[in-house]
Design a protein around this ligand. Structure first.
Ligand SMILES: Nc1ncnc2c1ncn2[C@@H]1O[C@H](COP(=O)(O)OP(=O)(O)OP(=O)(O)O)[C@@H](O)[C@H]1O
Ligand SMILES: [Mg+2]
Length: 466
């Protein structure tokens, strides 16, 4: 039920309006002067207020002014004498939604009220949706407690609300697109479009018209004019994904837009000016591509204003349990399943795995496990083969390690061996840390320190570890 406040100094009009609106199923509160009206607006919740402009003391315009400065966000319809339409216009400038002139017809008033309520409902809905969208891309969406990830998040917070071009690099599945969106939704451009374009997925000869648009008849098949992604992204952000795959001819054209912020449509002569923030991403080594002359050096420097590198998941092992928990809870909710638990041994495999496909690989694995599992504990046997060879018993001996011609990441390898030994010790000692420490020749506090630092066990709530 709607709730309306009527502010009018004439009792007969208050009564008339009240009876009429109540008969339409609306709850009505009345106020006989501006002061009590504004107080009610401050204290109670209304969907709309009806306001007489000509009142002794605080006038209707004063009420509107006060409501605006108090940020009272309630829509209003003002009632004015025929002679003072000028004031009505002033009232609308102060935020009134509509006005009606005296003498008024009640049905006409009702139509104005309904329209105001409709519009304000739509506006409220719009604000709610925008908030939701923002929530969707808030920083909490980026999971990671590791030092590396926390650094990334802090950096994003710092650079989000600038207009600078950003070049995001990182292996496949490290969250480049997620980060690009997060940056956009935390910039002052957030209400304008975020327009993605995957430079690798679109054939070279279509890409130019995708970027810049084309005029009717610009080429065979161009039956009507079309606007490109640059124009679509005007005042917003253009996300150029897989920029390393951009063809040389288009690299020149992109360079020009970045320098001059203007371009022409394919087949067009009119110069179009745009205000677009560019975020580019690639999993290629662009600097290397520059030295190999596959990527223009001048374009590289135009894009690499703020470089942001996303670390691979294997360098943030302590984030694996957090990410697992996050995706298990999200995907279970979506599929209406009880959240899965993970056995300690399986967790060991997951933490120590190299994750070549990074977070995306982990997300896909969780989804598959949730679909495949009937009972609720994931054990090593549920994990795909590729994750198995890192189980504690298989790598117990380090004698067999042979340095291949590709080399190794020694720190990572030592870390894996350390993790494996710690897990085995904990397993043999059934979790009694003093015993495990003894088996490893460490003292208890050193072991606890290590466990904390690795956060292998502690990052997951107790009930998730069997
Ligand atoms: N830190 C993170 N926290 C939560 N989810 C993440 C994180 N990193 C990545 N994801 C999720 O992993 C998936 C892959 O991320 P995204 O598509 O952003 O990666 P990408 O780097 O663009 O990969 P590609 O190079 O393959 O295009 C997405 O579903 C994304 O939401
Ligand atoms: Mg991507």
């Amino acid at each position: 039920m709607h709730r309306i406040l009527v502010i009018d100094d004439e009792e007969s009009i208050r009564e008339l309006l009240k009876d009429f609106l109540v008969s339409k199923g609306i709850e009505v509160v009345t106020a006989s002067d501006g002061e009590s009206g504004i107080n009610l607006l401050k204290e109670e919740k209304f969907d709309l207020f009806l306001l007489d402009l000509m009142m002794p003391g605080m006038s209707g315009l004063d009420v509107l002014q006060e409501a605006a400065s108090e940020k009272i966000n309630v829509t209003s319809v003002v009632i004015t004498a025929h002679a003072t339409v000028q004031t009505a216009v002033e009232a609308m400038r102060l935020g009134a939604f509509d006005y009606i002139t005296k003498p008024f017809n009640l049905e006409e008033l009702y139509i104005a009220i309904k329209r105001a309520l409709d519009v304000s409902r739509l506006q409220a809905e719009n604000i709610r949706l925008k908030k939701e969208l923002k929530k969707k891309f808030n920083f909490r969406k980026i999971i990671g407690k590791s030092e590396l990830m926390q650094e990334v998040i802090k950096f994003i917070e710092k650079i989000a609300d600038t207009d600078s071009t950003i070049l995001i690099t990182g292996e496949s599945g490290t969250g480049k697109e997620l980060v690009a969106k997060t940056i956009h939704y935390h910039s002052s451009r957030s209400r304008k479009p975020f327009v993605p374009l995957n430079c690798a997925a679109i054939p070279k000869d279509i890409l130019e018209s995708e970027l810049f648009g084309h005029e009717k008849g610009a080429f065979t098949g161009a039956v009507s004019a079309r606007i490109g992604r640059f124009e679509l992204a005007n005042n917003g952000t253009l996300f150029l994904d897989e920029i390393g795959d951009l063809a040389p001819s288009l690299q020149v054209k992109l360079l020009r837009v970045l320098q001059e912020r203007e371009f022409e449509k394919v087949g067009g002569i009119k110069t179009i000016k745009v205000d677009v923030r560019i975020i580019a991403a690639t999993n290629k080594d662009l600097e290397k591509a520059v030295t190999e002359e596959k990527f223009r050096e001048d374009l590289f420097y135009r894009l690499n204003v703020i470089p942001l590198t996303l670390p691979p998941l294997r360098k943030m092992k302590e984030d694996v349990p957090l990410l697992l928990e996050h995706f298990i809870s999200e995907i279970s909710k979506k599929k209406r399943r009880e959240p899965l638990k993970i056995s300690r041994e399986a967790m060991n495999c997951l933490v120590n795995y190299r994750w070549p496909g990074n977070v995306r690989e982990l997300e896909n694995l969780v989804e598959r496990l949730i679909i495949m599992k009937d009972d609720e504990i994931i054990t090593v046997n549920d994990l795909p083969e590729r994750l198995h060879n890192k189980t504690p018993l298989n790598t117990a001996s380090i004698k067999g390690h042979v340095l291949s011609s590709k080399g190794v990441d020694l720190n990572l390898m030592l870390d894996e061996i350390e993790n494996n030994m710690i897990f085995q010790a904990l397993e043999i000692s059934r979790g009694v840390k003093s015993k495990a420490a003894h088996l490893l020749g460490l003292n208890r506090t050193t072991l606890i320190e290590k466990l904390k630092k690795k956060a292998i066990e502690f990052n997951l709530p107790e009930n998730k570890i069997q």
